[in-house]
Ligand binder design. Structure first.
Ligand code: CTP
Length: 407
């Protein structure tokens, strides 16, 4: 648990919809991340999930009624949001979207949304039947809310509790958690497109055997998530990993180094930043067998190797004309990191290289890194991979900013 919401005060509003069952898990996830959660429910929401459940999960009194006698000054709509860091409505029904878009104040939840201080962001996770979502009236309300600065999370497409299929499912609790955490990150890469490679590659020996390495993909996926949190449009070209795709990131799966190169080159046009985090195999098996190699008495197989293309150097070679994409490489060295890192940056022809301190970082949750650029090197000390990835993203943004000031 990264405690990404430590100290944050979140008002979690539930309006009426079957997705209220997901709000229970969301509430638990928010508190586990360190947030204090104040639940407020509409009357309709209480028909789908009991306030007692939400109270047990949040550890706080749940409010449902504008005329609740327990509040001494009768100003729940003011008191509950004055020190909030965000209001998240999940689920947000079609009716509640309509109320928010029109500034309605006929229940506690809608009233406190309208009465929230201007610096408190309103975040909304719609949940409804596909037909309701697609109706022009709903789309008008959503467009109006976006224009008013409200963040809309989702909805997603898929099978719905009503038995129909389509757009309108509320995002899953872990996706909403990622969105909420992202909403607190500075948007230093807003409007930028970022392409990232991650994970190991897999080079076939025959249809059932191959050569790979111990890269888990954790660092590359963390960089993808951090870039997306910073407002970038992110494409992740990934070798085989067991990781979930960060929410909002487009992922392209590949196996071999050559497939990775093809996927990267197919998508590189228009990218502002390329970050090569993948542990790409330097060699592939040149005499890979189309059929499974059998123990047929003809001795042990003799593998011949051919050198794989260098994806990072290939991309860096395309930047000379436009100056884009800004290329960032990673290096795992087992010795002489400072010397080898600086030399590798020069050899690859890239402005920024990230060296892993200690080569036993594969599969670990933490890391420490050194940044090499043309002014020397900077150490970012041991931290969780997501935290480091966020620092790296901010360092990249700083360098892009400096570059645009220079040109
Ligand atoms: N890389 C790449 N394509 C390759 C090999 C490496 O894009 N065929 C990228 C990696 O994603 C990483 C960087 O190059 O960003 C450094 O990889 P590394 O294996 O440390 O460097 P090599 O160039 O392979 O040098 P060496 O193995 O000799 O240390």
């Amino acid at each position: 648990m990264s405690m990404d919401l430590k100290g944050k005060k979140i008002v979690l509003g539930l309006s009426g919809g079957v997705a209220c069952y997901k709000a229970a898990e969301l509430c638990r996830a928010l508190t586990k991340e360190g947030a204090s959660v104040q639940v407020v429910m509409t009357d309709a929401a209480t028909h789908f999930i009991g306030p007692v459940t939400m109270q047990a999960l949040s550890g706080r009194t749940v409010y449902t009624d504008q005329w609740d006698g327990r509040i001494p000054n009768n100003m729940a709509h003011i008191d509950l949001t004055r020190d909030a860091d965000a209001i998240l409505i999940a689920p947000c029904s079609a009716d509640f979207l309509f109320k928010l878009a029109h500034g309605a104040t006929d229940d506690l939840l809608s009233t406190l949304c309208l009465a929230r201080p201007h610096q408190v962001p309103l975040l909304v996770a719609p949940a409804m039947n596909v037909e309701m979502w697609e109706k022009p009236a709903t789309q008008r309300n959503v467009a109006q809310l976006r224009e008013d600065g409200v963040c809309i999370f989702g909805p997603a497409a898929g099978s719905q509790a009503c038995g129909e299929t389509g757009m309108g499912r509320m995002l899953e609790p872990h996706e909403l958690l990622e969105e909420l955490v992202a909403s607190f990150q500075p948007k230093v890469l807003a409007g930028k497109r970022v392409l990232i490679t991650a994970g190991p590659t897999y080079e076939a020996i025959d249809p059932v055997r191959g050569i790979t390495n111990l890269s888990s993909g954790k660092m590359g996926y963390a960089v993808a998530r951090a870039a997306r949190e910073a407002g970038a449009e992110v494409t992740l070209v990934s070798g085989p990993t067991a990781l979930d795709t960060p929410h909002g990131v487009r992922r392209i799966d590949v196996q071999s180094a050559r497939q990775m190169l093809d996927a990267v080159m197919a998508g590189i046009q228009g990218q502002h930043i390329f970050i090569g985090v993948a542990a790409v195999a330097d060699w592939r098996v040149e005499n890979a067998s189309e059929q499974k190699i059998k123990k047929d008495g003809s001795g042990t197989p003799q593998l011949q190797f051919a050198q794989n293309p260098d994806i990072l150097a290939t991309v860096a070679g395309t930047t000379s004309l436009s100056g884009w994409p800004y290329c960032v490489g990673f290096a795992a060295e087992s010795e002489n990191l400072i010397e080898y890192g600086a030399a590798k940056r020069e050899k690859k022809g890239i402005p920024l290289l990230v060296g892993n301190i200690g080569h036993h970082t594969f599969g670990q949750d933490e890391n420490a890194i050194v940044l090499f650029d043309d002014s020397g090197h900077t150490v970012l000390p041991q931290a969780g991979k997501l935290q480091l990835a966020r620092q790296l993203v901010s360092e990249i943004a700083k360098r892009l900013e400096q570059r645009s000031l220079l040109t």
